[in-house]
Design a protein around this ligand. Structure first.
Ligand code: GRF
Length: 205
């Protein structure tokens, strides 16, 4: 049985595209039930529609956080979603939302990709922050979401180098291509065997 996922986006959707490609190529045993966005103009929504994937767009601008999240939860109820997959979703999900997806160990079945080796460089501009700091190596993290931002048990990390002649653009492009390979691969691992955390990894950061 494929895992049923809802993918949350706010922007261009290059990670969404990588996941769609993996599903379509048979590399990822998942069913993308719906793509959700807080930005009705997000290009990622058009991408989803071009692949006949259902979308649900609801701007957060005129709603309180709780109302916005409740409307999304209400919409998701029809799908019996196994995992929420964040792919450039620019809203912080509150504990109220996360609790709707907890497993029996107390983890939230909400997965995020972050463009740095967490806990280094959390936040919205991780590629820029790492580049400006002068790192020689950076990387990408896929993790379970918890109540803190860019935080939670790490599922996978993949490093990539910064070369001396890199610009922020070439550095970010290298990282993004790592994201596009890593995210579908981690999701496929979850589709095969669920969320496996070793004893050490279950130590909450
Ligand atoms: C990615 O760099 C992702 O790691 C971060 O937001 C960006 C989204 O890009 N969370 P895209 O919309 O998937 O192209």
């Amino acid at each position: 049985m494929p895992i049923k996922i809802a993918i949350f986006v706010s922007g261009r959707g290059s990670n969404l595209n990588a996941i769609i490609q993996a599903v379509e190529d048979g590399r990822l045993n998942a069913s993308i039930e719906v793509v959700v966005s807080n930005d009705p103009d997000a290009p990622a929504l058009d991408l989803a529609s071009r692949h006949d994937i259902k979308t649900f767009a609801l701007s957060h601008k005129t709603l309180k956080r709780r109302e916005h999240e409740d409307k999304i939860l209400e919409h998701l109820r029809q799908y019996q979603i196994d995992y929420v997959v964040l792919a450039g979703y620019m809203r912080v999900l509150s504990p109220h939302f996360l609790k709707a997806f907890h497993d029996d160990r107390g983890y939230f079945k909400v997965i995020n990709i972050h463009p740095s080796l967490l806990p280094a460089f959390p936040g919205t501009h991780a590629y820029r922050d790492a580049f400006e700091y002068g790192v020689k190596v950076s990387g990408v993290t896929v993790h379970l979401v918890d109540e803190k931002v860019d935080h939670g048990p790490i599922l996978a990390q993949e490093p990539f180098p910064r070369f001396p002649d890199d610009t922020l653009e070439s550095f970010s492009a290298r990282g993004l291509s790592v994201e596009h390979a890593l995210y579908p691969a981690v999701l496929e691992q979850i589709a095969r065997s669920g969320i496996k955390l070793t004893a050490k990894e279950t130590a909450r950061p």
